[in-house]
Write a protein that binds this ligand. Structure first.
Ligand SMILES: *Cc1c(COP(=O)(O)O)cnc(C)c1O
Length: 845
């Protein structure tokens, strides 16, 4: 009998089918050994696993270099429009496997490491989560001249430890062992100014007496999928200038001045871990200005050095928007708008009206949330001190904006104050979303329902004056990371039916509909899921000493812990199942392993209590002999991209249960759908479009729609009435409140219960009954594996829309004025088209 295929075998098959370039395994081995010797300065007697990982990473990286340089030269030669994606956070994930997949090197590296007596998968586990983003992958795969810009945080999102059921945060020292993927570029260091004062003189406005911090760029290559394109992500690190605090040599002295360099360099020390929550800290505002100021200098330098920029004879910067698009990822980089105005008006002496026209045509803004506590509103006083010139510019933008609104709606003072960029009150604040809308030519939400909500509620006034600005760009995920990399078995089974082109053209998954009744295909899809579940169960057992039943339904909710995502609704279902099993232990229950994971923002007390509740429920349920294998509750510690890549391919059921109208899009929902999990969810965010694409009958949709939530708000939501009316709900709530799950601290969850009963903004109880009924349907279907898997196939076939390639193509055509392309460019081992002399003189970074 044939041995079952391992993941490595499957990847090999994908490559064998013509996608892999013919790679010389012997060369890879030579280069691996060369890096071990010359780069890591080790021999095989003393080398550690980490050394082997670095040797492999450097070997793979060598294959990027030629393509990277060539791509940048290509952009210089062709001089296409550039798009700049500005973000204060890029999601973290590993780079090595992604690079191997996109360069078609995985098979050859697997073989080379095998021949060297090493296990490549084991080496990959050494890699820390680095910076990745679906959008950067798609922009490179679609041949767009794109740049991701952000901050090189010394400490990324914290690592989560669970201690006695509570979340404990640990600093994420990801640079400790060095990062083989980044290249420092000190020659492109830029000054960024803070504080100081504004002088209005005869020859213009001057911002003087500022403190300077230097922005040092680090470049990371972003390879496209098998198209020889390698784009750049540039992250800025803060450096104190050599003379920092030394000019006042009489205060503090030399030693103190050197010690104080930390103050400046703290700007890029740590990522703020809030999710959907605005915290008005000065250091955060400094971070936001730091990335914007450094990036805009870089954009303008590159524009002026480009062919277009250096030959355009009128006024160079008058046509910036022809060659440059800037996408603001949320309001976090909103300062790009006043900063670009400052550069144009104060430095380049462009008249205000002309400058404003350029800014609007260049900038576009993506909204990511409608939760009021998440919207950035910075106190004017903070600005006055830190960025005095920007405050003046914002006031002038606002003056002109309100003048326009007054002309459109004479005497409508309510509307004028609603639309102001400045909110009056105890503390005057700048509304950054309003600034972004006014300063952009396009404003988009991230799922159809979210874009509609924006137009009809939070930004209604703005929609009424500029309807043409408002767009929708439904989010997507990269099928490279979220299928080929994390679930090679499924990728292969699909490729056997429809070929491999679907990896760059995900709509082709539709072709799978032809095979919904193909017994062999159904068996293959189910088999892959079972293998992934076994593998995840083994991982849990190896790393956490937790034993789970791999034939139970894997019911998974992984995402940040937040009230609006309603992990508490999931808890109520768990308790209800538990009580039902206890009441009738001999009924044929569908066994479930319910796994919940996610980080709580360190300052978000309620979210931390939710984690403690989940782990407490687990302690009771998992140790109850009556329940046995039929129900297990696992909290997955430290949910992050690497863990997502393991759990999502193993999930049967994906929990997407936010209150309708609160989740802008979600992307986790799409990852699960693509990996063959069924969704139980509300009509919220992208779930709506997932139901449309796969057929509503192929998802488990329950609960209030947005209009029901609004109606309930009008009527007044009364949680207690549900509690009194629904006995199983009452029992569950009483158990939480009475200390059933926290016997040593009976009052532990009283605040949580009080919130649910008296001030629950997210109406958990209102959806309880329908959620429980829907879960009963889920359990019933799971008893019929064939019907379950057919539904899975309908879902996978409906996933095409959720490729970030589709999302980015829409941004390109409808916002950036660029044309995506699946063309390859020349590989670097082709004869070079330019001489060394020509290379000397080109500005290709
Ligand atoms: C995709 C992803 C998310 C987003 O999940 P949602 O369910 O859309 O909130 C969060 N964290 C990680 C690590 C992810 O990979």
């Amino acid at each position: 009998m044939a041995k079952p295929l391992t993941d490595q075998d499957r990847r090999k098959q994908i490559s064998v089918r013509g996608l892999a370039g013919v790679e010389n395994v012997a060369d890879l081995k030579t280069n691996f050994n060369r890096h071990l010797h010359f780069t890591l300065v080790k021999d095989r007697n003393v080398a550690t696993k980490r050394d082997y990982y670095f040797a492999l990473a450097n070997t793979v990286r060598d294959h990027l270099v030629g393509r990277w340089i060539r791509t940048q030269q290509h952009y210089y030669e062709k001089d296409p429009k550039r798009v700049y994606y500005l973000s204060l956070e890029f999601y973290m994930g590993r780079t090595l496997q992604n690079t191997m997949v996109n360069l078609a090197l995985e098979n050859a590296c697997d073989e080379a490491t095998y021949q060297l007596g090493l296990d490549m998968e084991e080496l990959q586990d050494i890699e820390e989560d680095l910076l990745i983003a679906c959008f950067l992958d798609s922009m490179a795969s679609l041949g767009l001249a794109a740049y991701g810009y952000g901050i090189r945080y010394e400490f990324g999102i914290f690592n989560q430890k669970i201690v006695s059921g509570w979340q404990v945060e640990e600093a994420d020292d990801w640079l400790r062992y060095g990062n083989p993927w980044e290249k420092a570029r000190p020659e492109y260091m830029r000054p960024v100014h803070f504080y100081g004062r504004v002088e209005h003189t005869a020859d213009g406005v001057k911002w003087v007496d500022t403190q300077v911090v230097l922005a040092l760029p680090y470049d990371t290559p972003v390879p496209g999928y098998r198209n020889n394109i390698v784009n750049t992500m540039r992250l800025w690190s803060a450096k104190a200038p050599c003379d920092f605090n030394l000019k006042d040599f009489n205060v503090g002295g030399y030693i103190q001045a050197v010690l104080d360099r930390n103050l400046a360099e703290n700007i890029s020390r740590v990522l703020y871990p809030n999710d959907n929550f605005f915290e008005g800290k000065e250091l955060r505002l400094k971070q936001e200005y730091f990335v914007v100021a450094a990036t805009l200098q870089d954009i303008i330098r590159r524009f002026k050095a480009s062919k277009f920029g250096s030959t355009e004879f009128v006024r160079v910067l008058f046509s910036l928007h022809v060659q440059v698009a800037i996408q603001l990822n949320d309001t976090h980089p909103a300062l790009a708008i006043p900063e670009l105005m400052r550069l144009l008006v104060d430095i380049e002496k462009v008249p205000w009206e002309k400058a404003w026209d350029i800014v609007i045509r260049t900038c576009a803004y993506t909204n990511h949330t409608v939760l009021p506590e998440a919207l950035e509103r910075w106190p004017v006083d903070l600005f006055q001190n830190l960025l005095p010139r920007h405050l003046e510019i914002i006031y002038e933008i606002n003056r002109r904006h309100l003048e326009r609104i007054s002309k459109l709606y004479p005497g409508d003072t309510d509307r004028i104050s609603r639309m102001s960029l400045i909110e009056e009150g105890d503390v005057k604040k700048i509304n950054m979303a309003h600034l972004c809308i006014v300063g952009s030519h396009a404003v988009n939400g991230v799922a159809r329902i979210h874009s509609d909500i924006i137009k009809n509620t939070v930004f209604k006034d703005f929609y009424e004056v500029d309807p043409e600005k408002f767009q929708n760009k439904t989010n997507g995920i990269t099928p490279r990371r979220w299928l080929v990399m994390c679930n090679p078995g499924l990728a292969e089974v699909i490729a056997e039916k429809i070929g491999e082109d679907y990896i760059r053209d995900l709509d082709q998954l539709k072709k799978l509909l032809e095979f919904v009744n193909d017994d062999a295909f159904i068996r293959d899809v189910a088999k892959i899921k079972q293998e992934n579940k076994m593998k995840f169960a083994a991982h849990l057992e190896a790393h956490y000493k937790v034993k789970i039943n791999p034939s139970s339904m894997f019911d998974v909710q992984v995402k940040r812990i937040h009230e609006y995502k309603r992990q508490l609704l999931n808890c109520l279902h768990i308790i209800t199942l538990y009580n039902r099993i206890k009441n009738e232990p001999n009924k044929p229950w569908t066994p479930r392993t319910i796994m919940i994971g996610g980080k709580a923002a360190p300052g978000y007390h309620t979210a931390k209590m939710i984690i403690k509740l989940i782990t407490s429920i687990g302690d009771i349920v998992n140790n109850d002999p009556v329940v046995g294998d039929r129900l297990k509750v696992i909290f997955l510690e430290n949910y992050r991209v690497t863990l997502a890549e393991k759990i999502i391919p193993a999930a049967d059921l994906s929990e997407q249960i936010s209150t309708a109208g609160t989740e802008a899009s979600g992307t986790g929902n799409m990852k699960f759908m693509l990996n063959g999990a069924l969704t139980i969810g509300t009509m919220d965010g992208a779930n709506v479009e997932m139901a449309e694409e796969a057929g509503e009958e192929n998802l488990f949709i329950f609960g209030m729609r947005v209009h029901d939530v609004e109606a309930l708000d009008k009527k007044g939501y009364d949680a207690v009435s549900y509690y009194n009316r629904v006995p199983e709900l009452k029992q569950a709530v009483d158990q939480i409140a009475g200390g059933f799950f926290s016997p040593s601290q009976p009052g532990l969850f009283k605040d949580l219960v009080n919130m649910l009963m008296h001030h629950d903004r997210f109406k958990v109880f209102a959806d309880y009954e329908d959620y429980i009924r829907c879960q009963e349907r889920v359990s019933a279907l799971y008893k019929n594996p064939k019907e379950w898997t057919k539904m899975v196939i309908h879902n996978i076939a409906g996933c095409g829309k959720f490729s970030s390639d589709r999302t980015i193509s829409e941004y390109a055509r409808e916002i950036w004025g660029m044309e995506p392309s699946l063309e390859k460019i020349a590989a670097p081992d082709d004869p070079p088209s330019r001489t060394a002399d020509e290379l000397e003189s080109c500005h290709c970074s």
